[in-house]
Design a binder for this molecule. Structure first.
Ligand code: MIC
Ligand code: SF4
Length: 644
């Protein structure tokens, strides 16, 4: 029987287990990377494991999220990460070098490899024909310490592409928006999307990477393209032709499902507030006034995207009512387009140029005004993520964004009257590795420097046999990790200080949450009730660690998103599912719940009876943990488990 690409790469990396959908499989990993907002905890956890050096072929520590330096905290974290990378044998990408996913694609991603990143958009590398998966920081730390990466074997779904994009008006961003429209933010849970079919060759590597990057919004484990002649062309252009190998699915490969997408039929699309799957055609929103436009992020800041934007802006002025912000994804791209004069065109049009970092995408500056409309070429538009709770954030392609910035309103680029020149994919990129510090051979003299805001990693006690706890919050469907643990310029500097950042837990939804959780902690702790796809979005393990610090004992939801579920387990919090989803209706905020005989249930049927003593009713919940996960929960989390 023929094999698909996922099976081929998994088989070559299999440490244990079976490649059978639903079974646990352990993979040996070639590359791990971290970014600063999740990386401080990851490297503190690596330190706590107690090794001298990373035990994988390549580790990279990037600085890209916490770039605002309004006091000592973020620069202290950068120094900590730089010294930790030097001590433990990782490459260090200096602040200013760019967003981890864009830089990794340019400098390190290679077909056939497996990479993990402590960030949910790690699948960007799938555009290069590699398996690239976003994980929580603690999973990244244990893999850097030499453990295989364990995951439940996902289903492999083929997305069969046909036709050609209607360039320059329609781009890769419109393709993934169309897929999100069809499949929704939970359409990819438990799945890997493997792209194939004749349309694949219409897309170059940076375009493929847009699609695999934003595949994260589908809830997918990852997405991957074949490695073909276009991959070879790109690798040659970035000076890494020797990294190329061909990877393609066999003709008789099997998939759990096949989804057909005709590239020629796709038109400019846009996601409306406040979810990346709330997608409609741009033309259906014609005439909507725009206050802010942001272009860049890890999704859309390739050389090609930014040059196209510059060619649209050239000789024009940004509309009077619009603020246009541009954050290029990497220093290399920034330098290349600036040497070619394109930055001058952007500046001349009135664009406000930001540094090569995440910036407004994660609320680090660039927040819109009250009630304003912001259109962004980014990947997430969850409410409040921009830093302004009542702003309306839309997501669209760089082409659409540039057109809206000029016109001051939403308009289909094809009907805007603006002409756009097309150009060939470059056969040679400017290459500048000067801001990447390679690992030292001998790190014995290196001292790790920790500023006063860097606190120890909290550890939970082992699983209790009986919990009696209060329902602290009842959430609806698709709760994001941004809802649980907000980012933004106020919270992000505390990513290495859990006691402090725990004050922000659920603050966007319920300002009194952390106060109530602290009160409940002395009386048995808290429980959270969630709907479908609980914990979608960012990989931030702080969304498990900080609630754990506040005394959270369990989350009971209709269903969980993959990374957050793994993070809950890693921090000793039992993820429980309603056996009967309608029991969700039987619990309210403030109810007291009792779960008895937890250890027997965990080791046996994994069915837990929950008594709602406030309402005088009983309902059933279940976990679906494998043996390793059970052992982790029993110990109170992965760190106590890994330390043995
Ligand atoms: C995001 O896009 O939400 C982030 C910020 O990059 C996160 C990581 C984090 O919270 O630090 C992610 O995507 O995993
Ligand atoms: Fe940074 Fe935004 Fe990409 Fe997350 S999604 S890595 S915050 S640019």
């Amino acid at each position: 029987m023929g094999k698909n690409i996922v099976e081929k790469i998994f088989e070559a990396h299999k440490a244990y287990g079976e490649l059978k959908t639903g079974s646990p499989v352990g993979l040996s990993v070639d590359q791990v990377y971290t970014q600063d907002a999740t990386g401080t905890m990851t490297w503190l956890q690596f330190e706590a494991i107690g090794l001298d050096r990373v035990k994988i072929p390549l580790a990279v520590s990037y600085i890209d999220h916490n770039m605002l330096q309004t006091d000592y905290m973020n620069p202290d974290d950068h120094k900590f990460l730089q010294t930790a990378a030097a001590k433990y044998g990782a490459y260090f990408s200096r602040p200013g070098n760019g967003i981890c996913h864009q830089v990794h694609l340019e400098q390190f991603a290679a077909p056939g490899k497996i990479a993990l990143g402590a960030d949910s958009h790690t699948p960007t590398g799938g555009g290069m024909g590699m398996i690239a998966i976003g994980v929580g920081g603690l999973d990244a730390a244990t893999v850097m310490a030499g453990a295989p990466f364990e995951l439940t074997m996902p289903q492999v779904v083929k997305i069969n592409l046909a036709g050609k994009l209607n360039r320059p008006w329609v781009s890769a961003m419109d393709v993934i928006l169309e897929i999100l429209r069809r499949l929704t933010v939970k359409g990819g849970v438990g799945k890997i999307f493997e792209y194939g079919g004749p349309g694949v060759k219409d897309l170059n590597v940076p375009e493929r990477a847009v699609i695999t990057n934003m595949g994260a919004e589908l809830g997918a484990t990852t997405s991957i393209f074949p490695s073909d002649g276009r991959t070879k062309f790109y690798l040659k252009a970035v000076g890494r032709e020797t990294d190329w190998v061909e990877i393609k699915a066999d003709d008789d490969a099997e998939y759990s499902e096949i989804i057909n997408v005709d590239l020629s039929a796709i038109e400019p699309m846009i996601a409306q507030p406040h979810s990346p799957d709330n997608v409609v055609t741009v033309k259906s929103l014609k005439g909507t006034k725009v206050d802010q436009v942001c272009i860049g992020s890890c999704t859309n800041s390739s050389y090609q995207s930014l040059k196209t934007v510059a060619l649209i802006l050239k000789g024009k002025t940004v509309s009077e009512g619009v603020n246009l912000l541009i954050n290029p994804g990497s220093k290399q791209v920034y330098e290349m387009i600036s040497r070619e004069g394109f930055i001058a065109e952007m500046i001349s049009s009135g664009a406000r140029m930001l540094e090569a970092s995440c910036g407004p995408c994660i609320g680090m500056g660039g927040a819109p005004g009250s009630g304003q409309i912001s259109v962004r070429s980014y990947n997430r538009n969850f409410q409040g993520r921009s830093g302004t709770k009542d702003a309306f954030v839309y997501l669209a392609s760089p082409v659409s964004c540039a057109v809206f910035a000029i016109k001051g309103e939403i308009v289909d680029s094809r009907e805007s009257g603006i002409k756009i020149k097309t150009f060939e994919e470059p056969s040679k990129y400017l290459i500048n590795r000067g801001f990447i510090i390679p690992p030292l051979k001998d790190a014995s003299d290196v001292k790790i420097i920790k500023g006063p805001n860097i606190k120890d990693v909290p550890i939970k006690e082992p699983l209790k046999d009986r919990i009696e706890a209060e329902v602290l919050l009842k959430a609806g469907d698709n709760i994001t990790t941004d809802d649980i643990m907000p980012a933004g310029s106020k919270a992000l500097p505390f990513r290495s200080n859990i006691p402090k950042i725990s004050e922000f837990v659920f603050s966007v939804i319920d300002a009194a949450f952390s106060k109530r959780a602290k009160e409940a902690k002395g009386k048995g702790g808290g429980i959270i009730i969630g709907g479908e796809n609980y914990g979608q979005g960012s990989s931030r393990e702080h969304a498990a660690m900080a609630p754990m610090f506040l005394g959270l004992q369990a989350v009971i939801a209709k269903a969980f998103a993959r990374i957050h579920k793994a993070n809950l387990i890693n921090f000793g919090i039992l993820p429980l599912q309603f056996k009967n989803p309608s029991d969700y209706e039987k619990v309210e905020k403030g109810d007291r719940l009792i779960i008895k005989d937890m250890i027997n249930a965990l080791n046996g049927s994994q069915v837990y009876k929950v008594e709602n003593i406030t309402k005088g009713i009983v309902f059933e919940t279940a976990s679906d943990l494998n043996d390793r996960q059970k052992a982790i929960i029993l110990k109170g989390g992965l760190l106590p488990y890994a330390k043995k």
